[in-house]
Ligand binder design. Structure first.
Ligand SMILES: Nc1ncnc2c1ncn2[C@@H]1O[C@H](COP(=O)(O)OP(=O)(O)OP(=O)(O)O)[C@@H](O)[C@H]1O
Ligand SMILES: [Mg+2]
Length: 353
């Protein structure tokens, strides 16, 4: 549906898009995820025709649209700060885009308001609506023109956490109901995970990796992506044995050995092994578990990490981060210097060849 091939864009001597490739399918909610400044807004602006690419091709439904003015691209936008017209009521705000395009608005505004759950809001002053309601008016204003695709640039980032979560859910419902193709930009992992049919992780003007949320969050192929989505405890290792029947392989690192799920790799292959802090069970003494990995260490520090406690453990000179609940930390009476046992399953060891 929307395809970007090798798009490059520089501002002065800063290369902002560096051979960006994207392929968004029809009817899909495609999330562009990346840190501030990696070029997300610039990428959307190129799709919309608001910024002219230096090189590369843009296709919509197989037709090359480079150079086509924004108004002729049949693309809608919803941005972070949606300036609604304060002197127009909600109905007039939504109708505005239709009038500009000389489209007959009979029933369309009403339908758009129904879709975003604001029926009956026609005569309200947009400035007297909550942030979430204003954002929904902005979405209605875009949907009403029935574009073939909609670009959303962090549309929820100005809202508080509760409204944001609800609207996120609603946006996904609306997008599926209308069946519209959507590129949604965010730097929020949870948002990407909840919304995306597919997620592309962007870094310094290009895509590092693209795939379903499950793939990106649980089976990232690149270390950059693994780090970005919160994997921790990265260790360089080497495969020392493989057992396909048992479905496991052993990895040795400088400091300790690990057992991971079998992968069709050769003995002697150098890999990166990583383990999420929340997948590790920490105990004061050795207890029998079915987990394949069991290593001993000493607590170096304990500090709060949101609703959890993060425990830094020294394992033969390597540092392990472990997240446990506050209650668990309290019940075990954990203190710096305690000897502890860390256990985790083979399937918790993510291996990047
Ligand atoms: N019009 C412009 N002129 C000069 N530099 C620009 C322009 N637009 C963007 N840039 C630069 O390009 C880089 C990428 O900007 P962009 O807005 O695409 O990032 P982003 O990924 O959307 O970031 P954020 O998450 O903060 O919105 C930044 O370093 C920015 O300063
Ligand atoms: Mg941006």
């Amino acid at each position: 549906m929307i395809q970007l091939d090798n798009i490059c864009k520089s501002f002065g001597d800063e290369d902002v898009l560096r051979s960006l490739n994207l392929h968004v399918r029809k009817g899909e909610m495609f999330v562009l995820l990346g840190v501030s400044g990696c070029g997300k807004t610039t990428a959307l602006s190129v799709v919309a025709g608001l910024v002219k690419e230096d090189s590369g091709d843009i296709y919509v439904d197989g037709t090359r649209i480079n150079g086509l003015p924004t108004a002729k691209r049949d693309i809608g936008f919803v941005f972070q700060n949606n300036a609604l017209f304060p002197h127009l009521n909600v109905h007039e705000n939504i109708e505005f885009g239709l009038k500009a395009r000389r489209i007959d608005n009979r029933g369309k505004v009403k339908r758009a308001l129904e879709i975003v759950g604001l029926d009956g809001f026609d005569n309200k002053n947009p400035m007297k609506l909550s942030g979430g309601e204003q954002q929904r008016v902005a979405l209605a204003r875009t949907l009403v023109t029935e574009p073939s695709c909609i670009l959303m640039d962090e549309p929820l980032s100005n809202l508080d956490a509760i409204v944001r979560e609800r609207l996120r859910y609603e946006m996904k419902q609306i997008q599926k109901e209308v069946g519209i193709t959507c590129i949604f930009v965010t730097h929020d992992q949870t948002e990407a995970m909840m919304l995306g049919d597919r997620i592309a992780v962007m870094n310094k003007g290009r895509i590092e990796e693209c795939g379903t949320p499950e793939k990106i969050f649980y089976k990232p192929e690149k270390e950059f992506v693994a780090r970005f989505i919160g994997m921790k405890n990265f260790f360089n290792g080497k495969i020392v044995s493989l057992d396909e029947n048992e479905g496991v392989m052993d990895i040795t690192t400088e400091n300790f050995d690990l057992t991971a799920v079998f992968m069709p790799l050769d003995e002697g292959t150098h890999v990166k092994a990583c383990i999420r802090p929340e997948e590790i069970i920490l105990m004061r003494s050795n207890q029998k578990t079915s987990a394949r990995n069991e290593i001993r260490g000493k607590i170096l520090s304990i500090f709060p990490n949101g609703v959890l406690m993060r425990i830094l453990v020294d394992v033969c000179g390597a540092e392990f981060f472990v997240d446990i609940t506050r209650l668990a930390a309290h019940n075990m009476e954990l203190k710096v210097g305690n000897d502890v046992v860390l256990t985790f399953k083979a399937c918790s060891v993510h291996v990047i060849p």
